[in-house]
Design a protein around this ligand. Structure first.
Ligand code: BGC
Length: 368
């Protein structure tokens, strides 16, 4: 068990925020030396929850500058989408260097839409929690990101695991929905709320099979990222029967009993282990629906996965889905990414979601 994981998580995130404001996904893993909009937006949200608003503010300023730096590509993408043309190289990348430039890894799963939705959502949370007034550059970048998502949402893209580029992913659409809804409020443009409603209708009509949401359109099984449909993006309420059935299926198919959570049933990346951030996400869902005991079990499991320096990995190689794939990945890219900032962010989010528990006398977590 790891003492002080709350403080360690905050310190690790702050240490790994670049002077430009970006958060590196993982400082020790060669191909994660970039800042992802998806990972970073959750990290900023976690920092807001623990009162580190200055860190979140610097991240959002980096995001706004990065989007505006690539505005021409975004505008060309919007124009192409209007004419239903293939995008070619005109789109915003899912990850940028810590200085906000495109990476050198040409073609590496660059086209992903969810991170921009997550960012728009996280900005709304930041403004609400910090009390900051909206800076002009955030507004400008937000309007462009919202227009970009509004024009491109129906294009197939890589999912949040950077896989299956030819598919439409409900989690991605949910992030877009959540982002457009948030932007319609903080950006003061109600047209985007209307657009978001159309995406919600699409999800309800096309992304459900046998009473639960599916991994991608046409699939019959779940993916743990579907948790996002309720928490935080709010396509449906956490208590909605559709969501409850989805979570039951995630428990049956992807949860290790009393342990962590796999991404999806056929995952082979590093053998398909238990993901820390998904344990945090499932716990966050349970905290939302008031199932604190289940949430606390997941928090406790997360704490047990930290190393002696308080670092959380991306996944743990226990209960592998495909054990023979583990070694080849280690030989290719080295040990599992540690510390992963997104894992620490999800720990902080779950910790804060359960804080009311601590109010009732539980003091055995985070700050021991
Ligand atoms: C994951 C992405 C994540 C990235 C950086 C990838 O392996 O699939 O979800 O954004 O790592 O953490």
């Amino acid at each position: 068990m790891q003492p002080n994981l709350l403080r360690a998580s905050i310190a690790i995130i702050l240490e790994n925020q670049a002077p430009a404001g970006s958060y590196v996904a993982c400082p020790n893993f060669p191909i994660y030396q970039y800042c992802w909009f998806r990972d970073g937006a959750y990290t900023a949200y976690a920092m807001n929850l623990v009162g580190e608003h200055a860190s979140a503010r610097r991240f959002h300023t980096w995001c706004a500058a990065t989007i505006l730096r690539h505005a021409e590509q975004a505008l060309r993408a919007i124009e192409k989408a209007r004419h239903h043309l293939p995008l070619g190289a005109d789109y915003l990348h899912t990850r940028y260097t810590l200085e906000g430039e495109e990476g050198r890894s040409e073609g590496w799963a660059n086209f992903q839409l969810d991170g921009f939705g997550t960012w728009l959502w996280a900005v709304g949370e930041h403004l609400h929690k910090s009390g900051d007034t909206l800076p002009g550059d955030w507004q400008q970048a937000g309007e462009l990101a919202a227009a970009y998502l509004g024009a491109l949402w129906s294009y197939p893209c890589y999912d949040c695991w950077e896989e299956r580029p030819g598919m439409i992913h409900p989690h991605t659409l949910a992030a877009i929905y959540g982002g457009l809804m948030a932007y319609s409020h903080w950006g003061g443009n109600p047209a985007f709320a209307q657009l978001a409603q159309g995406i919600r209708d699409f999800l309800l009509n096309r992304a459900v099979h046998a009473g639960y949401f599916v991994k991608y359109l046409g699939a019959e099984d779940v993916d743990a990222s579907l948790l996002g449909l309720a928490v935080p993006y709010g396509v449906v309420a956490a208590e909605d029967p559709l969501m409850q059935a989805t979570v039951r299926r995630i428990e049956q198919r992807l949860r290790v009993p009393r342990g962590g959570v796999h991404r999806y049933a056929t995952d082979t990346y590093y053998g398909g282990g238990e993901w820390i951030l998904l344990a945090g996400w499932l716990g966050w869902y349970y905290a939302e629906v008031g199932e604190d005991a289940r949430a606390l079990e997941l928090l406790t499991w997360m704490e047990a996965q930290a190393d002696s320096a308080g670092q959380l990995p991306e996944q743990v190689p226990a209960n592998l889905i495909a054990p023979s794939f583990y070694r080849p990945w280690v030989e290719r890219w080295g040990p599992i990414a540690t510390p992963l900032l997104w894992s620490h962010a999800k720990y902080l989010i779950l910790y804060q979601a359960l804080k009311r528990y601590r109010g009732t006398g539980d003091s055995t977590h985070g700050e021991r």
